[in-house]
Design a protein around this ligand. Structure first.
Ligand code: CA
Length: 226
């Protein structure tokens, strides 16, 4: 089982990450400060570190610098605040492998975690392509095909399709889709979900007006079935 260390001072976010990563089959350690992050990286030998940049005391960059100095070379995914372009550059210089910008969707985060673990080897299965009804979604290449023909999707539509495919034929609520694909953000509504579902239907359904693949469950959400 892969072990992930979460260094995040926002307690709700940290616990949400823990819950979702555990559902995905990871073992998760959570700490809330840079100092604890450094000790935990040394002590618990994580396979990947989710590292918030803005931490009280020692910030994420300094944590990153010190653990790299210690020779800990596991992948580090930085959690940055919105539009901190400078931080991204600093992050990569300090030795980060990837970053996500808050607020992020869980689906995006989970796919990136999987991709990083895959890139560093021995993690079969996690980024295997998803297949339903002639649709193949490759999380690592971020590519989709339907009956062998490539389908071009916007990044959001891609994450939305991944979330529906991972639903395994069960209904996925609009609320879950908002949380997993868009993250906790005030500026999106369930109408945003509906608009992106319409895009998926246009690209994937034989008859978008009479969808058979992505069906609406009235007042609740959507289901993707064979
Ligand atoms: Ca923070």
């Amino acid at each position: 089982m892969k072990r992930i260390l979460v260094v995040e001072d926002e307690v709700d976010l940290a616990l949400g990450l823990r819950a979702n990563l555990e559902v995905d089959g990871y073992e998760v350690d959570v700490v809330h400060s840079g100092e604890e992050g450094i000790s935990a990286a040394r002590a618990c030998r994580p396979d990947l570190i989710l590292l918030d940049v803005m931490l009280p005391g020692i910030d994420g960059f300094e944590v990153l610098r010190r653990i790299r100095q210690d020779g800990i070379d596991v992948p580090v995914l930085l959690l940055t605040a919105r539009d901190e372009e400078v931080d991204k550059v600093r992050g990569f210089r300090a030795g980060a492998d990837d970053y996500v910008t808050k607020p992020f969707g869980l689906m995006e985060l989970l796919l990136r975690v999987q991709a990083l673990l895959r890139r560093t080897g021995d993690h079969p299965g996690a980024t295997e392509p998803l297949r339903v009804a002639g649709i193949v979604l490759d999380p690592e290449a971020r590519a989709v095909s339907r009956n062998g023909a490539p389908v071009s999707l916007t990044p959001r539509a891609f994450d939305l399709l991944a979330a529906l495919m991972r639903g395994g034929g069960k209904v996925v609520t609009r609320h879950d889709l908002l949380r997993d694909v868009w993250g906790y953000s005030a500026d999106v509504t369930t109408r945003t979900v509906d608009a992106h579902v319409a895009e998926l239907r246009r690209k994937l359904e034989d008859d978008p007006a009479a969808p058979r693949l992505i069906t609406t469950v009235w007042k609740i959400g959507y289901r993707l079935t064979e």
